[in-house]
Design a protein around this ligand. Structure first.
Ligand code: DOR
Ligand code: ZN
Length: 338
């Protein structure tokens, strides 16, 4: 336990995994990230997907317009699709894409058009490796038992590593002890993002009491043992682990239905929750490395120059943002932006 003073300043953080959606939803949720984060890696699983340079440019413009004046910069990714050509990756690289996202077919929201096997995207992966574009993976094997899906994806991950030893890979939102260990023991080209919900909650918070669909995401939150491994990784100072919120808003009507959507809208609470977690369990330096240094370094980006100052001040997470219920709605946060 390291007590922070009542006011702390740290290098402005990055969120290396963020869903902003489009249109009116984007206008509501994007400022909630821009308030805390300097940059974010924007996920491409929109409809239609961000999978060519024209769509990437238009989507970036939409995000820039919604966050105008905040200093926020979107880092753009694209969605990999079967038989994607090298020339398509080159065009995406030319317009500033920094990562390609691999969604196994059927693994999560809008992944029906995903990839069955990495064999289908070898040409694209080889181009990415040459161009220095990172591979971001939703690492779940969709036909496995739900709690085993991430663990069962690891053999496919190792095949990709073996075939593309120079390709930098981020295993997104690690959720189980086996995946954490795979990253720790894997090559220097392999890193992982950690979300605030996988860091803080378990299956008990989803189905242990009353069913809480607002805590439902993919990969699903798991056991106390898995959470312990994730917490140790975040607190270890190992530069392979950095913050990516996977903040993923859905309207309440899509969550409260018989096939409710996976996704937790954590952007409004994520950073203050991290500050509290690192105050109780780590240190300010470990917090800053996890949120503001290791992600940028892995992506070969300059560190942010601006600073964020927070003050210790109790504040409740709003119950709703329009039709979207945020993570920890109604509960108290201990920190706010000064
Ligand atoms: O819970 C999730 N929601 N996991 C994902 O991988 C996708 C995301 C979304 O887009 O809603
Ligand atoms: Zn995601």
């Amino acid at each position: 336990m390291s007590f922070f003073p009542n006011k702390i300043s740290i290098r402005k953080p990055d969120d290396m995994h963020l869903h902003l959606r489009q249109g009116d939803t984007l206008k509501i949720v994007a400022p909630e990230s821009a308030k805390w984060f300097s940059r974010a890696l924007i996920m491409p699983n929109t409809i239609p997907p961000i999978n060519n340079s024209e769509r990437l440019i238009a989507y970036r413009k939409e995000i820039e317009e919604a966050t105008l004046g905040s200093g926020f910069s979107p880092l753009m990714s694209f969605k990999l699709y079967p038989n994607m050509k090298e020339e398509d990756v080159i065009k995406l690289s030319e317009v500033g894409a920094v990562a390609g996202k691999l969604y196994p077919e059927g693994s999560t929201t809008n992944a029906e058009d995903g990839v069955k096997s990495y064999e289908q995207i070898k040409e694209a992966l080889s181009a990415m490796s040459k161009l220095g574009i990172l591979l971001a993976i939703h690492g779940e094997k969709p036909d496995s038992f739900v709690l085993d899906r991430e663990k069962d994806y690891l053999p496919e991950l190792f095949k990709i590593i073996e075939h593309f030893p120079d390709l930098k890979i981020v295993l997104e939102h690690v959720s189980c002890v086996e995946a954490v260990n795979a990253v720790i023991n894997g090559p220097a080209t392999l890193a992982a993002t950690i979300t605030v919900h996988h860091l803080l909650i378990t299956l008990d918070d989803l189905i242990g009491g009353g069913l809480n669909p607002h805590n439902f995401c993919k990969p699903v939150v798991k056991t106390p043992k898995d959470r312990e491994a994730i917490q140790s990784a975040a607190l270890s100072g190992n530069r392979k682990f950095f913050f990516g919120s996977d903040s993923a808003p859905h309207p309440e009507t899509s969550k409260l239905t018989k096939s409710g959507s996976a996704g937790i809208f954590s952007a409004p609470a994520a950073f203050p929750l991290l500050v509290s977690f690192f105050e109780k369990n780590g240190s300010k330096d470990l917090l800053e490395d996890f949120t503001s240094r290791f992600g940028a370094e892995f992506y070969n980006l300059p560190l942010n120059k601006s600073i964020i100052t927070l003050e210790r001040k109790e504040r409740k997470v709003p119950e709703k943002f329009s039709t979207i219920v945020p993570f920890m709605a109604g509960s108290s946060l201990e920190w706010d932006i000064l």
